[in-house]
Write a protein that binds this ligand. Structure first.
Ligand code: KG4
Ligand code: ZN
Length: 336
């Protein structure tokens, strides 16, 4: 039996968790800085680093305490080292290094997006690779073929904005607040999703890449047009129509990839995976394929997913020494 302490600080959540054998969550502590960044309409990197620094020790202590163990019971420390805001990542990496050194246990470097995918192992103890995963968050939109616990192949990616980023930007234009994803899906509940047809972007037959900046620009142009002509509109209708366009694009590409690679298990991961409309669209078009997604608390940034991923990376011999550094940009299929 192995207890892994996971630490996550890549963006605006300071999180620590203890996970047993990669699948069983013993504690999952998350402190969010959202209320601080809200007033700026997005994450301010320098503020994020400072807030991580203030929170990290207390969050780690709470995670160990809530797990009902002591520091001496921890077998390994897993930490997000890439990708993310470099100053924010450094806080978690430094804390993890200090702990691993002090406890004399292995230090496991975890790729944040791999972590998002591994949230599905916690939510679905029976899930095993291979499966297809859509990772859609504020910083990434990837279709990934999960070939093994540590083998990942990117089949498609966004060429501009991430899906969550598009939600955030459109919410800002509509004055719906930050983060935009939950705000848009809430507004969309009262909207007509067929009110406006925002064009879906495709790069042609067999290409699974995404572009969301076009949909975002489509919304902005549409609003300018209406405002110039003095035509009234309902924000709810725009939110619902935008959401429909993004969701259908994600699901179109995902199902095409599943078909091409003969995969019958599809998972969702990342903040956007908590979008109800996305889950419903995928389930309604799954044609017998098994669909997996984590509970919302495991979709957005957390450290339980990092500890789960660390368990499998550790098993594959991926152990870092104390020279481990934060890397702001790193592909999911590359290890340093
Ligand atoms: O995974 P995450 O917590 O952080 C990153 O690694 O980026 O994802 C946050 C992103 C934000 O862009 C947020 O607007 C989006 O996920 N999001 C959603 C929903 N909940 C969060 N997007 C659409 N629908 C949601 N319900
Ligand atoms: Zn994330």
């Amino acid at each position: 039996m192995a207890y892994i302490l996971g630490i996550e600080s890549s963006c605006d959540e300071t999180a620590a968790a203890v996970v047993q054998d990669g699948r069983m969550v013993r504690s999952n502590v998350i402190t969010s800085q959202i209320d601080i960044h809200k007033q700026y309409g997005g994450v301010v990197p320098e503020i994020a680093s400072r807030k991580h620094l203030e929170a990290v020790n207390a969050v780690i202590a709470q995670a160990v305490d809530e797990a009902g163990i002591t520091f001496a019971d921890i077998h390994a420390v897993g930490v997000t080292y890439a990708p993310g805001l470099v100053g924010a990542l450094l806080v978690g990496v430094s804390a993890a290094k200090a702990l691993a050194y002090a406890l004399g246990v292995p230090l496991i470097p975890v790729h944040h997006i791999r972590g998002h995918i591994c949230a599905n192992y916690i939510a679905h103890p029976e899930l095993e690779p291979p499966f297809l995963c859509l990772v859609a968050s504020g910083g990434h939109s990837h279709i990934v073929l999960v070939e093994s616990y540590t083998g990942y192949r990117i089949l498609g990616r966004t060429r501009d904005d991430a899906a969550g980023e598009a939600f955030d930007k459109v919410a800002r234009v509509l004055g719906l607040g930050y983060p935009g994803g939950p705000a848009i899906s809430k507004a969309a509940l009262d909207g007509d999703e067929n009110a406006v047809k925002f064009k879906k972007v495709s790069f042609g037959e067999g290409n699974r890449d995404f572009s969301f900046s076009g949909i975002k620009t489509g919304v902005i142009n549409h609003l300018h047009n209406l405002e110039q002509k003095g035509i009234a509109y309902r924000k709810e209708d725009i939110a619902a129509s935008f959401q429909k366009s993004v969701v259908e694009t994600l699901v179109d590409h995902l199902l095409e990839a599943a078909e091409e690679h003969h995969v019958n298990k599809i998972a969702l991961a990342g903040g956007v995976a908590s979008n109800k409309r996305l889950r419903e669209e995928l389930e309604s078009r799954a044609e017998g394929r098994e669909i997996y997604y984590p509970a919302p608390v495991l979709c957005t940034d957390n450290a339980a997913m990092i500890a789960s991923c660390a368990y499998y990376e550790w098993g594959a011999g991926n152990i870092a020494d104390l020279s481990l550094n934060a890397i702001p940009n790193l592909e999911i299929d590359t290890l340093t």
